[in-house]
Design a protein around this ligand. Structure first.
Ligand code: NAD
Ligand code: UD1
Length: 340
């Protein structure tokens, strides 16, 4: 069975490629490197022990996407490709809507033409919106609108997939709602490689640990949480990658539309995360409290029961392992992947 992994040179996609090969799937990877590079593909191939095919294409280009489906006999698609920086999406919403919607639509159109009927989509917990009760449960209706244009592209693609499942007999779509992916492959060879100053907590902390940034700023210490800092459901990227392998089995059962959280079910505070990372790197990391960041929710985590029941999947790795693995990646590659 051959899986097209769109965005497979990126952070979550590259880790998923390894788990897919490990599980016995053939893969084809497509990426335009808007937020990744060829070195990630080289290293992923090495870690897989397979020289899987790679195509550098922009998936918003329907003709190029269609040619990809002509060239390879694809059985299922895991669609990671997309722009993902929440703050940037507020500044350049049209770019986000264009890229994320057009790439999903091109792939779906090519799938229809080539009669490929299995699609797994990288959605996000952000679709639950700010009002949802914690823990987030799949039975909770999605919000009418999320906190950002980025989040709205996830919501819109979820709607597109619901309609596609209704319209095409035998079409299966798995919508995986990720919580906060962190961590890196245990080899330290691949990991998250943000450009510029990171916006997300874990890469920021990792860059302080390696000396590229001076100080961690903890956004808010007056929330109604046990230590006053926000709580999130951090999930190791390798556990997340394994969730996609489990989802492929669901697709084979002809699931129609299937929506599932991928999270651990545990909330960890910013302060707890900083302390865990300090243990990983063997030094106290400097931090100071700063004002709350606009739009942040105090605390949310997944109800992971449905994933366990339906996919037989549970996240296994804890916070310390997540920090240890990020530290290994960051200390081996302080500047990320070398430029090609
Ligand atoms: P990433 O940026 O590392 O990977 C996305 C990949 O898609 C990149 O390699 C990029 O070059 C590629 N891409 C983007 N637009 C493309 C296009 N038009 N054509 C071809 N390739 C294109 O991001 P990631 O963290 O690996 O996230 C993967 C997916 O998971 C994204 O859809 C993201 O929105 C979603 N997601 C991520 C998180 C997270 O915290 N990382 C959380 C929830 C959901
Ligand atoms: C963000 C995105 C979300 C995305 C997720 C995973 C927003 C509003 N949401 O979630 O859509 O799915 O990333 O990539 O951006 N923090 C600090 N100092 C920092 C950075 C972060 O204290 O330098 C805090 C934040 O206030 C938050 C927590 O750390 O409480 C986690 O932040 P972050 O890693 O950005 O993830 P989210 O905001 O949960």
């Amino acid at each position: 069975m051959t899986i097209l992994v769109t965005g497979g040179a990126g952070y979550i996609g590259s880790h998923t490629c390894i788990e897919l090969v490990e599980a016995g799937y053939d893969i084809v990877v497509a990426d335009n490197f808007v937020n990744s590079c060829m070195e990630a593909v080289h290293r992923t191939r090495k870690l897989c022990g397979v020289d899987f095919p790679f195509e550098q294409i922009d998936l918003t280009d329907y003709e190029a996407t269609d040619r990809l489906f002509d060239k390879y006999k694809i059985d299922a698609v895991i669609h990671f490709a997309g722009l993902k920086a929440v703050g940037e999406s507020v500044k350049i919403p049209v770019t986000y809507y264009r890229n994320n919607l057009d790439s999903a639509l091109s792939v779906l159109e090519a799938m229809k033409k080539h009669e490929v009927k299995s699609f797994i989509f990288s959605s996000s917990a952000t679709v639950y919106g700010p009002e949802a009760p914690v823990p987030y449960n799949e039975a909770t209706p999605v919000s009418r609108s999320t906190a950002s244009p980025y989040g709205n592209t996830k919501l819109m693609i979820e709607y597109i997939l619901k309609d596609t499942v209704k319209a095409i007999p035998g079409f299966n779509a798995v919508l995986l709602r990720y919580f906060n992916p962190v961590g890196a492959h245990a080899s330290g060879e691949i990991g998250e490689n943000p450009t510029g100053i990171p916006n997300n907590l874990m890469p920021y902390v990792a860059q302080v640990a390696v000396g590229k940034l001076d100080m961690i700023h903890i956004f808010g210490n007056d929330y109604d949480t046990p230590d006053g800092t926000c709580q999130r459901d951090y999930i190791h990227v390798v556990d997340l990658a394994k969730g996609h392998v489990a989802a492929l089995k669901k697709v084979k059962e002809n699931c129609g539309l299937f929506v599932c959280n991928l999270g651990t079910g545990k909330g960890t505070s910013v302060l707890e995360m900083v302390k865990a990372f300090s243990r990983s790197c063997g030094k106290e990391l400097p931090y100071e409290f700063a004002p709350r960041r606009e739009g942040d929710l105090p605390a949310f985590w997944a109800d992971p029961a449905f994933a366990k029941e339906q996919l037989g999947w549970v996240a296994e790795k804890g916070i310390q392992e997540m920090c240890d693995d990020v530290w290994r990646w960051q200390s081996k590659n302080p500047d990320g992947f070398p430029q090609d």
